[in-house]
Design a binder for this molecule. Structure first.
Ligand SMILES: NC(=O)c1ccc[n+]([C@@H]2O[C@H](COP(=O)([O-])OP(=O)(O)OC[C@H]3O[C@@H](n4cnc5c(N)ncnc54)[C@H](O)[C@@H]3O)[C@@H](O)[C@H]2O)c1
Ligand SMILES: O=C(O)CC[C@@H](O)C(=O)O
Length: 524
């Protein structure tokens, strides 16, 4: 039974896909609640309140997926998640419209002094001259960050007759002209805009994007909006420029520290604020909760998640095509690691035939996760496989080849240690499934699953019989047996499979046999 912790206020109706999931129990409590057994939690659902830090991951060794019911993942240490193989998903577009509408509402309220006038009337005043505002019509709106929210805001602002000038390093001129906005540099926006709004994520690059230097390039009387993340506009610098009258006003939905407590900007009447309400509509909360609940359920049902921050996105269709090779790659990796007993320095993977049409990097990661599964303690999956290899000094190479060794598809892997190299190849055969077809210079053919014994021996009369006898004497039933050799009387290999695990006594007896060179018990 998966334990799913819903740590922030997430729309209950949206959680329905998880509430209906019979393999999960939902716990709605804060991560700090002493009743929560953090060490048993498999999935964590949050909004922006819970900070998902390295220390929290430390307390949650079972955690497999963190879902952010919203866009920004700046409250989640994604690097720490990746290192531990924890998948991070978000709900990227469920609150786009709500946040764009909130930004627009803030802009209109700011330009027409609505919050101040509202308060004044409620204080039994009637100061019509004091609250004279400005039209939006004809003004230049500068948008920094033309992603989902920036784009929706641009559309709404154009409908109000505004000129829209934008800066986004990833925006092409073609897209800008389709949207009817002017694609500009940061400085051009700063110099020309009457109102400037930020819609970037908070990153090392965007932290303080609007600082003293940027503010000093703006027009006197400019207005600022921040409905993205606190810190993109430097709050101290903004306070200075509002205080000296250069900036005419600001509307803020987000703060460097939330809740902001005693806050220098609150003393200005021309600063209007909301408590991080951009996404707070019934529609957005239902959308984001449903999106993440579906994603978490898909993950536990072993289906592809589409909005992962640290995994490649894959459609259901593509996932169905890659699924057999994904399994094959994992089993190859796991077989490989159990066939070699020394430290590996290099793993080279070559894909050929029909598998090359697929996302091979994803298969490389799956192969590595299989490789590490039996070698190290930490949970390795496609998220942290490459990082784990790097941390352990293993060079991983991937290439495509036209030589598929006569198979319709082939994954060939060579692992190198200081002293030797080991090659393993697998293929997926329609109607048969995954097969290992080459092991350490021997052609062979076996199904990579279950309890296997890989025996290297000399090709001499009676060896196979003696192996069979010892196993029989220990009541061990051989399910399948494959042999491979290069020349008569030379080195040979055997792969035996069993219905149940074989005991150490039998293995030791087998090891004592003449003509047995080495033996590896493989559990797949
Ligand atoms: N107030 C709220 O409740 C609320 C709700 C939703 C989202 N948000 C915030 O809004 C942000 C934007 O959301 P979105 O869905 O539009 O994201 P998005 O990823 O669709 O758009 C972000 C855009 O910023 C651009 N960008 C990145 N670095 C930049 C830089 N240095 N200068 C200029 N542009 C840059 C990107 O190219 C991208 O186009 C989120 O990261 C989140 O922090 C806030
Ligand atoms: O959870 C919220 O309400 C805030 C969401 C918003 O900041 C986001 O990044 O999606």
């Amino acid at each position: 039974m998966y334990q799913i912790l819903v740590a922030d206020a997430i729309n209950a109706e949206g959680l329905q896909p998880l509430l209906e999931y019979k393999d999960a129990v939902i716990i709605e409590k804060k991560v700090t609640d002493p009743e929560v057994e953090l060490e048993k939690i498999d999935a964590l659902l949050v909004r922006s309140a819970t900070k998902v830090t390295e220390e929290l991951f430390e307390k949650m060794p079972q955690l497999k997926i963190v879902a952010r019911a919203g866009v920004g993942v700046d409250n989640i240490d994604v690097n720490a998640a990746t290192k531990r193989g924890v998948i991070v998903v978000n709900a990227p577009d469920g609150n786009t419209i709500s946040t764009a509408e909130h930004t627009f509402a803030m802009m209109a309220a700011l330009m027409r002094n609505i919050p101040q006038a509202h308060q004044s009337v409620k204080n039994l005043e009637w100061k019509r001259n004091e609250f004279v505002g400005n039209e939006l019509y004809g003004k230049t709106l500068g948008i920094l960050g033309m992603g989902r929210i920036g784009t929706e805001l641009a559309k709404r602002s154009k409908a109000f007759g505004m000129n829209v000038q934008v800066f986004d390093p990833f925006l092409t001129n073609e897209r800008a002209s389709k949207l009817g906005v002017q694609n500009s540099s940061l400085d051009e926006v700063l110099e020309h805009a009457d109102i400037i709004t930020v819609h970037t994520p908070l990153t090392a690059e965007t932290k303080g994007l609007i600082n003293e230097k940027a503010l000093s390039k703006t027009k006197k009387g400019v207005y600022f909006l921040n409905c993205a993340r606190g810190g993109i506009i430097d709050e101290d610098a903004l306070a200075t420029f509002i205080g000296n009258g250069h900036v005419a006003g600001a509307a803020l939905d987000v703060f460097e520290v939330e809740p902001p407590g005693e806050y220098p900007l609150f003393k200005f009447d021309n600063v209007i604020v909301t408590p991080h309400l951009g996404a707070s509509t019934r529609e957005a909360q239902l959308n984001v909760a449903t999106q993440v609940a579906k994603e978490v359920r898909m993950f536990f049902e072993d289906k592809p998640v589409s909005n992962s921050i640290n995994l490649p996105a894959m459609s259901k269709d593509i996932f169905e095509r890659i699924r057999p090779f994904h399994y094959l790659a994992k089993q190859i990796g796991s077989t490989l690691s159990q066939c070699i007993n020394e430290g590996i320095q290099e793993i080279s993977i070559t894909f050929s035939g029909s598998v090359t049409d697929l996302e091979t990097t994803y298969l490389t990661k799956a192969l590595l996760s299989g490789f590490f599964k039996n070698r190290i303690d930490i949970y390795v999956n496609e998220v942290n496989a490459l990082l784990t290899a790097k941390e352990r000094g293993i060079t991983v190479g991937e290439k495509i080849s036209t030589n598929s060794f006569g198979y319709a598809n082939c994954i060939s892997v060579t692992a190198k240690s200081e002293t030797r190299q080991f090659t393993i190849r697998g293929t997926f055969i329609d109607h048969y499934g995954p097969r290992i077809v080459y092991l350490n210079d021997f052609n062979i053919d076996f199904y990579p699953e279950g309890n296997l014994l890989y025996i290297q021996h000399m090709d001499r009369p009676g060896v196979i019989g003696r192996v069979g006898k010892i196993l029989g004497d220990h009541s061990i039933n051989i399910a399948t047996m494959q042999v491979g050799r290069k020349q008569v009387g030379g080195e040979a290999i055997m792969i035996l499979s069993f219905d149940k695990p074989i005991d150490d006594i039998a293995v030791n007896k087998l090891n004592e046999l003449d003509d047995i060179v080495s033996m590896n018990h493989i559990l797949l």
